[in-house]
Design a protein. Structure first.
Length: 374
């Protein structure tokens, strides 16, 4: 049973002793079973799907019977990651991990292009280089279904309460979140969090100083100066670069509709569809770059945000798709690259196509905005 005096019970991931019961709740969840059948066997009619449910539950109980701990969950996820990378990419590379210590914990602040894949890619790099995996910050907007909460908390995710309203409730939630991040770092558990709320749908990776102010809520409570407290978190900016974004057209369509109509109303399952598309869609090449640990030289959230942005863009790996979209010639561009990119753009409505081009071109422009620090 979870401790009743646990100050982080509402938001933290599951502990080892909570894993078997969470898995049983998942397998017993009709919505979860239906979702698997829908995505795995989309052509099954409703009546046949009903017949398959007890068989799938039985299969999952047997398959997951040996999963007893958080590490067991992580090892299962790792096997899925290996096959997913093999089937949906043409190469995976990483850089910068040699500067980090596998026995140390870090607060990884990364750019955010894909809901599930970004932290998964960071975890894959860490796992394959002898580091422990991270605790993942995830917004409660993605946890509208009980089965989604179970899945995320099993996978070392902790909850960011975006939906709270009212100044007092917001401050309480921010204090709890800030304290939990520091608690994790002190427990030698690294943390992954996006540099801003929501994905950079326009390709402009920009750190929101509000996230950095949240980090410091616990530092202010402890009366520690900003720069000193930030240094204690061992922040490492991370840049994730995808040659092809499986969700690019959907993101661009959302931005286009906002431009044309002034607003965009997401469908009930749109976030889930984005997660699935990000997992199964073709990404071509992927690069994950880990930056330098940030010390105590930044006195304000704004100054810190500039440094995180600088590192993220300095380490952005430009692919042919970026150069082609920006109209730049580059030795790495092949005829196949041009054909693939042109066919992508020509298949989209004009307004959406222009946003997609801008999305891929953005990193080439932004990289030059942040000259390499001497």
């Amino acid at each position: 049973m979870p401790q009743t005096n646990d100050p982080f019970l509402e938001i933290r991931p599951y502990h080892d002793e909570e894993v078997p019961a969470a898995i049983e709740r998942l397998v017993s969840d009709d919505e979860f079973i239906s979702a698997i059948l829908k995505y795995r066997f989309p052509k099954l009619s409703g009546s046949f799907r009903w017949l398959f449910k007890p068989l799938l539950k039985q299969y999952l109980r047997a398959k997951w019977s040996k999963i007893k701990t958080v590490r067991d969950v992580q090892m299962n996820v790792a096997s899925y990651m290996q096959s997913m990378i093999k089937n949906t990419s043409e190469g995976f590379t990483t850089s910068g991990l040699e500067k980090l210590d596998p026995n140390q914990s870090y607060l990884f602040v990364s750019n955010h292009r894909d809901i599930a894949m970004d932290p998964a890619m960071v975890n894959w790099c860490l796992h394959t280089h002898g580091f422990d995996t991270v605790r993942i910050a995830i917004g409660d907007n993605l946890l509208k279904k009980p089965c989604a909460t179970e899945l995320m908390k099993l996978n070392k995710s902790f909850i960011v309460k975006r939906s709270v309203k009212g100044p007092r409730e917001m401050m309480k939630a921010l204090g709890q979140l800030s304290a939990y991040i520091k608690h994790s770092i002190d427990e030698k558990q690294s943390v992954w969090i996006a540099q801003k709320e929501g994905r950079a749908k326009d390709g402009n990776d920009k750190t929101d100083p509000a996230i950095l102010k949240m980090f410091y809520v616990e530092g202010r409570r402890e009366k520690i100066p900003f720069a000193e407290y930030i240094a204690s978190l061992r922040i490492v900016p991370v840049t994730i670069s995808y040659e092809n974004d499986p969700c690019d057209a959907a993101k661009a369509n959302e931005l286009y509709r906002k431009q044309e109509d002034g607003a965009y109303e997401k469908g009930e399952f749109e976030d889930i569809e984005s997660i699935v598309q990000g997992i199964v869609g073709q990404k071509r090449r992927i690069h994950v770059a880990f930056g330098d640990v940030i010390g105590n030289e930044f006195e304000t959230p704004d100054a810190l945000a500039v440094e995180i942005d600088r590192q993220i863009y300095k380490n952005y790996h430009l692919f042919p798709s970026n150069y082609i979209a920006a109209g730049e010639d580059h030795a790495s561009i092949t005829d196949t690259d041009r054909v693939l990119f042109d066919s992508k753009i020509s298949s989209l409505p004009e307004g959406v196509a222009q946003i997609v081009k801008s999305m891929y071109a953005m990193p080439t422009a932004k990289k030059s905005d942040f000259p390499i620090k001497q």
